[in-house]
Design a protein around this ligand. Structure first.
Ligand code: ATP
Ligand code: MG
Length: 501
């Protein structure tokens, strides 16, 4: 028997209408990276929240370092050495890095007065051990997502964690930041920390993990050694079948021009961006995170202001629209951030008038309109959205199912042009191909589609034409046989090197 740091046996957790975990058994060895994979809603985050003390299980036991253990709450988990890095980061932006690392466990003297110097000293040591390029006094709200994640990881040092759980940690990281994260994970591993790694990115799973446990509908399908399995086997365990055709491209039958953008510019974000998209066409926008792709489409849609540029809609010149006008014309933008979307959906109604681009989403809320319920049902089955019913609060859905819901909601609005920003981020591989089929289907029905993706096979697989963006500029357009991975990488990296020189 190999050494085990944490073991769960027969854990069960039920929410109203869902058995999220059904007698789950699973163990973590010191110094291993253990992948937890499964479809959206399979129960991955729930299991980890049980270990981190956020949910109390209905049954089963946790054996930690050889002894049966109850985890009373998140702080108790942290003190015991079990640390969860959340799917959505959860730090307090107003507090300093040091205060966040020790949140809820600030060192005080016997009169309850905060020992500031000790707090700073310990936090500094934790940050240094990780090689972070910032100090303990910085306000967390000013840090990038990757740096905020490092602050959460610094808790592993500060609390001498034995188990660290990463729930989809690379969702909003650039490639360089991902490499840094993997370096940090390998460092934790080398020191004997047991690591759980949740992701839908199968290449990452095969890159960094030692074992893979597959969850399906709250049940463990099995645990395999990463070196002894392959993508097909894991996919079959996850969704009950293999996937041979990942990508479907719409038949290339194009109609009239729907949108033309000329010389769009915004100081500090992007410059001289021009492109067109026609009916029935899927235009891909490829670039690394931070290239300015989201900013461009947000400006076209009217969420952001431009400094210069012209817009033509169905051949006629128009002023840069407001989001309301964009929607009325027949434009839809499905943004990449599901967190904002989810929030709006919890609030519902018209409570968020202060945020114009958010309130417009709630105006279209599917939940309140019986007329659109049938359409929603259609997409719910097409995208296999896992809910207990139309009344379930979106906040209770798993991360990936929230994302699918946002997509479905926009599709119901029946647009002429739909812009999809990272449509499959956080989506399981079975549903990914359903979304690709849906994109092809939309184009074949005559919609113009713009797809932003950081995943090269995806952007090449679904698009008729691909524009590469780098450092705020459109670099090259590729179509037909020129649409290859080599060409895209080459275009993006050559431009970056030139910009750096
Ligand atoms: N607080 C909650 N209240 C009610 N139901 C919940 C709650 N949290 C999770 N669920 C349900 O439990 C099931 C498992 O959700 P969980 O978040 O664990 O999935 P996941 O495997 O992490 O999925 P994803 O890959 O989409 O993040 C889902 O059906 C979800 O809707
Ligand atoms: Mg999850």
């Amino acid at each position: 028997m190999k050494e085990v740091v944490l073991q769960v046996e027969g854990i069960t957790k039920t929410f109203p209408g869902v058995k999220a975990l059904d007698s789950v058994s699973f163990d973590i060895r010191p110094g291993e990276v253990h992948a937890l994979v499964g479809e959206n809603g399979a129960g991955k985050s729930t299991l980890m929240k049980v270990l981190a003390g956020l949910y109390k299980p209905d049954g089963g036991k946790i054996v930690y370092r050889g002894a049966p253990t109850q985890v009373a709450g998140p702080l108790d988990a942290r003190r015991k050495g079990i640390l969860l890095i959340h799917q959505e980061l959860s730090l307090s932006p107003e507090l300093s890095v040091a205060e966040n690392i020790y949140l809820g466990a600030w060192p005080t003297n016997r009169f309850g007065v905060l020992k500031k110097r000790e707090l700073r000293r310990n936090a500094s040591a934790a940050l240094e051990a990780l090689g972070c390029g910032f100090g303990p006094d910085v306000r967390v709200g000013t840090l990038s997502v990757a740096m905020q994640q490092m602050v959460e990881i610094a808790r592993a040092e500060a609390f001498s964690a034995n188990v660290v759980i990463f729930d989809e940690p690379t969702a909003s990281l650039t490639d360089t930041e991902k490499d840094q994260l993997f370096h940090t994970i390998r460092g934790l591993k080398a020191r004997g920390v047991g690591i759980v790694y949740i992701s839908h990115k199968m290449d990452e799973i095969f890159d960094i993990t030692d074992r893979i446990t597959v969850l399906r509908d709250g049940q463990v399908q099995g645990t395999v050694d990463t070196a002894e399995t392959n993508l097909n086997q894991v996919t079959r365990m996850m969704i009950g079948r293999t996937l041979d055709a990942y990508f479907v491209k719409a038949k290339p039958e194009f109609g009239a021009e729907v949108l033309r953008v000329e010389g769009l510019a915004k100081q500090g974000l992007f410059r001289d961006v021009s492109f067109t998209v026609r009916e029935g066409e899927v235009l891909g926008l490829y670039g690394l995170v931070g290239a300015g792709r989201s900013e461009v489409v947000e400006t076209v849609f009217g969420v952001r202001q431009a400094d210069a540029g012209k817009l033509f809609w169905k051949g006629g010149k128009i002023d840069l629209p407001t989001p309301r006008q964009s929607i009325d014309m027949g434009m839809a933008l499905v943004p990449e951030s599901r967190k904002e979307q989810g929030l709006v959906l919890i609030m519902g109604g018209r409570e968020n008038t202060s945020l114009p681009h958010l309130s417009l989403f709630s105006d279209l809320s599917v939940m309140n309109r019986t007329k659109e319920l049938a359409t929603f049902e259609k997409y719910r089955s097409a995208l296999s959205i896992k809910t207990t019913g139309p009344d379930q609060a979106v906040s209770q859905l798993s991360g990936g199912n929230q994302q699918k819901f946002v997509l479905a909601k926009w599709l119901c609005a029946d647009p002429k042009l739909i812009i999809l920003d990272e449509p499959t981020r956080g989506i399981d591989i079975g549903s990914k191909s359903a979304i690709h089929e849906l994109i092809a289907d939309l184009a074949e029905r005559g919609l113009a589609v713009i797809v932003i993706s950081s995943e090269m096979p995806e952007v090449l697989g679904v698009s008729h034409r691909v524009l590469t963006m780098s450092e705020g500029a459109v670099v090259t357009e590729f179509k037909g046989d020129a649409m290859t991975e080599e060409n895209l990488i080459d275009a993006v990296s050559r431009h970056r090197d030139e910009a750096a020189a």
